[in-house]
Design a protein around this ligand. Structure first.
Ligand code: 26V
Length: 817
């Protein structure tokens, strides 16, 4: 890692920090810094950083709370925050100071940060976006709180054994979490089950009571999210479930604890574990309880705070905006209505009006299997009162459609909230939100024309497309300090706080001396990536090869399979002597598969088999090594994006809502090989066609093929012997696996012989991908051209800062100060 020379950092401050860390080691662990072990040094240093955070912000936070400024609540079941230590140091402007202090003590900051658990409280894109957004909200000093669940076990850890994914629990809280503090003054009761009783008082008022409920306590744990050079940190509030039962010693001494601990286990299980299904929901009752737990605690705490500050709840929409992320927290809507009616004596109309002016909804995927639907009976059983409110919303919606479109049964059944015994959470969100947005231009458009077409006809003004972004603090400042330093030296500091600034780099794309430095930074990053791969994963990477990366959740629509088959074609080319003069390229895959998603896991197995095949053949091993990087998390992503030359964004057009990895790679000077999908479209628009490699069918083309029913994968394979041969490896036994098994299921998922016809158009786009891939290889060898493009990619990445996304949300949706 590049570091400023000690002369440039304030020596006095360094000495002071060093002294504080050493003192902390003594007071926390009763040992001297000399004999302390690494985890103790980390913890002491982290506690010192935490002190700086708490110290700096206490006053401003109080001021903001008292100011009456409108506040954003970012409600999300996932926050994929990763490590905080280095990020906080960068944002506080103390990175070099701490690095120097630790160096004086004989430690490398890099090895110290390795002691921190990577907080993986999210599955992928949606959760990481939430974390980037909090960083931006904080940096832009917009009053904001993220609300989520303090899962005891985060996203599963992934190991590869005999080529297969093996999952194990991620006990991220086993070490000490120095960043969060329990708020003993913020505990709320969340109630499940029981019966609802409606009582009419003499003056004709309805009173609703719930009986025989099971109660869980929601305990708030707050983590300050430090922005860059900002005075007002955002707060991430994560709710932990606790059983309200006091230990009943008498019962225990009677030996009567079996049911007791069962009940307690059920209640506390609510915040136990993050569900690892991405786009593959299963009707898990516990998940329903998790989501209700999150939203009930959040809405109660919002109401509690609002009443304390303003007294009257009618002003709620002026003081609070709530952003619902995907439908997981959708129950916040009926929960707010419930509290307003049952506990605050609002009328139905008033409560609904307040809800509609408070909530907004972001959709993050169009994959039909990820559109949440809950079994109505399950919801009635666990959440009887909330379910009744949803029934009322549904009944009123049906009535109003009947009025406006008499006799249009189809329209009713398309728009209804409860249909066929299921509660459709997306319909609830769209109906009850002020704004609905997609996460890229294209995705916004697809929502208007397909998924929510009928709603769009009724409420066109509601729909927006606000393109995602990523925080340049973590994804350049922390991940790539070398490039950040080069940027700062060249155009002056400022990009960390001002996303437009990086555009000033563009002219330097034409400057040969600058390109050379840019190239040197990339080369150094590849070297440190190789070192990190060796030390953290025990995997060897040759840093002198091209690094071609595809890193994202494993899903068929993302088409890791297409890339794998393409590598098999390259293998055949080399073995058959067709391919000479090929620049050595390492293909890096990183992806977790949902544990229950068999085909996804099979693709991982395939990638590892290909890796072994190539490694065991001396003709190919140095030319096209394939590396599977296990346990892809935020930390791994930071290392990978800094080192990559090529960014693979090859999803089936229309399926990737936005993508954010594409933006991280771009920012770090990798060039995209991708389809016209999600935010790739906007990346292409900005960098221009010379600086991106686009291939494959567009959404319109695929729509046409689908409408005509004209897709014939069989014909494509028959006409392309090279593709047919590559595919043949899946079933001919040539791929080495530990048990001799083959890949029939994957093969037949593509071949139509089985009636199953390549629904993600892998074969359709294969030839176009192949052609574009060789264009990339050729371009890479023209160093001047490549580096010019790489610099342009970095220079054009400003728009894809989450600061820009947040500014857009604020202007169009939230209207915070
Ligand atoms: C669904 C489920 C259902 C079962 C329980 C767990 C779970 C977790 C997540 C999901 C849906 C995930 C949706 C998602 O992550 N979408 C991604 O959002 C990114 C940020 O907007 C976007 O860049 C990606 O294109 C999109 O796939």
């Amino acid at each position: 890692m590049l570091m400023k020379k000690t002369t440039e950092v304030d020596k006095k401050k360094v000495a002071e920090v060093r002294e504080r860390i050493e003192k902390r080691v003594r007071s926390e662990f009763g040992v001297t810094a000399k004999s302390a072990v690494l985890p103790q040094i980390y913890e002491a240093a982290a506690l010192c950083v935490r002190d700086e955070v708490m110290d700096a912000f206490a006053a401003e936070r109080e001021r903001s709370q008292k100011s009456g400024d409108k506040c954003l609540i970012y409600l999300c079941a996932e926050f994929l925050i990763g490590r905080a230590f280095s990020n906080n140091l960068v944002n506080l402007g103390l990175y070099d100071t701490y690095a120097a202090a630790l160096a004086e003590m004989g430690y490398d900051l890099g090895e110290i940060e390795e002691q921190e658990a990577d907080a993986g409280l999210g599955n992928g894109g949606l959760g990481r976006l939430a974390a980037c957004f909090l960083d931006s909200l904080s940096t832009l000093e917009m009053p904001a709180m993220g609300c989520g669940i303090r899962y005891e076990y985060g996203f599963f850890r992934q190991d590869i054994k005999d080529g297969c994914q093996v999952e194990s629990p991620d006990a991220w809280l086993e070490g000490r979490d120095v960043w969060s503090a329990e708020r003993a003054d913020r505990v709320f009761e969340v109630k499940f089950g029981g019966q609802v009783e409606e009582l009419w008082s003499e003056d004709g008022k309805l009173k609703v009571e719930q009986h025989n409920t099971r109660t869980v306590l929601a305990e708030a744990w707050d983590m300050p999210i430090v922005g860059y050079g900002s005075k007002l940190p955002a707060t991430l509030r994560l709710w932990r479930a606790r059983s309200p039962q006091q230990i009943d010693l008498a019962r225990f001494s009677r030996g009567d604890y079996e049911n007791y601990s069962e009940e307690r286990d059920f209640l506390e299980a609510i915040s136990k574990v993050l569900y690892p299904e991405d786009s593959h929901p299963r009707g898990q009752q516990l998940r329903l309880c998790q989501f209700y737990f999150l939203v009930s605690a959040t809405v109660q705490s919002i109401i509690d705070a609002h009443k304390r500050h303003y007294g009257d709840l009618h002003s709620l929409p002026d003081k609070i905006a709530i952003q619902i992320n995907d439908t997981h927290p959708a129950l916040a809507i009926p929960e707010l209505i419930r509290i307003l009616i049952d506990e605050e004596e609002f009328t139905w109309e008033e409560a609904v009006d307040i809800a509609q002016r408070t909530f907004n909804y972001t959709n993050h995927t169009v994959m039909p299997e990820a559109l949440e639907k809950w079994d109505a009976e399950t919801m009635r059983r666990f959440l009887p009162r909330v379910f009744r409110i949803i029934e009322t919303i549904d009944a009123r919606l049906r009535d109003s459609i009947w009025q406006s479109h008499p006799g249009d049964n189809d329209l009713v059944s398309r728009l209804a909230i409860i249909q066929g015994g299921q509660v459709r959470m997306a319909n609830l969100c769209v109906l009850m939100s002020g704004h609905v947005n997609g996460v890229s231009q294209l995705h916004g458009q697809i929502l208007r024309t397909t998924l929510f077409r009928d709603f769009y006809t009724a409420y066109p003004e509601r729909f927006l497309g606000i393109t995602n972004g990523v925080t340049q603090r973590r994804w350049l400042g922390v991940a790539n300090p070398g490039l950040r330093q080069l940027v700062d030296e060249t155009i002056g500091e400022g990009f960390m706080k001002d996303w437009r600034k990086i555009a000033e780099l563009e002219p330097y794309a034409q400057d040969a001396a600058f390109r050379k430095k840019f190239d040197a930074v990339k080369a150094a990053n590849k070297k440190s990536f190789a070192e990190w791969m060796a030390s953290s994963r025990g995997i060897e990477v040759n840093p002198d090869t091209i690094i071609d990366a595809q890193a994202k959740r494993l899903h068929e629509y993302k088409r890791q399979l297409m890339k794998a088959i393409h590598i098999l074609a390259l293998y055949d080319d080399i073995v058959d002597g067709r391919l000479t003069d090929f620049p050595p390229t390492t293909f890096v895959f990183a992806a977790k598969a949902a544990p229950g998603y068999r085909r996804a896991k099979d693709i991982i197995r395939l990638i590892n088999a290909i890796s072994t095949l190539i490694a065991s053949d001396e003709r190919t091993r140095d030319l096209i090594p394939v590396v599977f990087l296990p346990n892809y998390d935020v930390t791994a992503a930071q290392h990978l994006v800094a080192a990559a030359d090529i960014s693979e964004q090859i999803s089936t057009a229309g399926k990737e809502a936005s993508g954010t990895g594409n933006m991280k790679f771009m920012l770090n000077g990798a060039i995209t090989l991708g389809t016209m999908d999600g935010a790739n479209v906007e990346i292409a628009e900005r960098v221009g066609e010379d600086n991106i490699f686009i291939f494959g069918a567009t959404v319109d083309e695929l729509d046409r093929i689908n409408a005509e029913g004209s897709y014939n994968p069989r014909a494509i394979v028959d006409a392309n012997p090279r593709l047919a041969h590559a595919l043949g490896h899946l079933i001919d036994g040539s791929l080495p696996t530990s048990d001799g098994s083959r890949f029939e299921d994957l093969y037949y998922s593509l071949r139509p012989d089985n009636g199953w016809g390549d629904q993600f158009f892998v074969l359709h786009d294969f030839a176009a991908y192949d052609e574009r891939f060789f264009d990339v290889m050729k371009a890479y060898q023209d160093r001047d051209r490549w580096l010019t493009s790489a610099v342009i990619n970095t220079a054009k990445a400003g728009y894809f800062s989450s600061d820009r996304s947040i500014e857009d949300y604020n202007e169009h949706v939230w209207h915070l100060r």
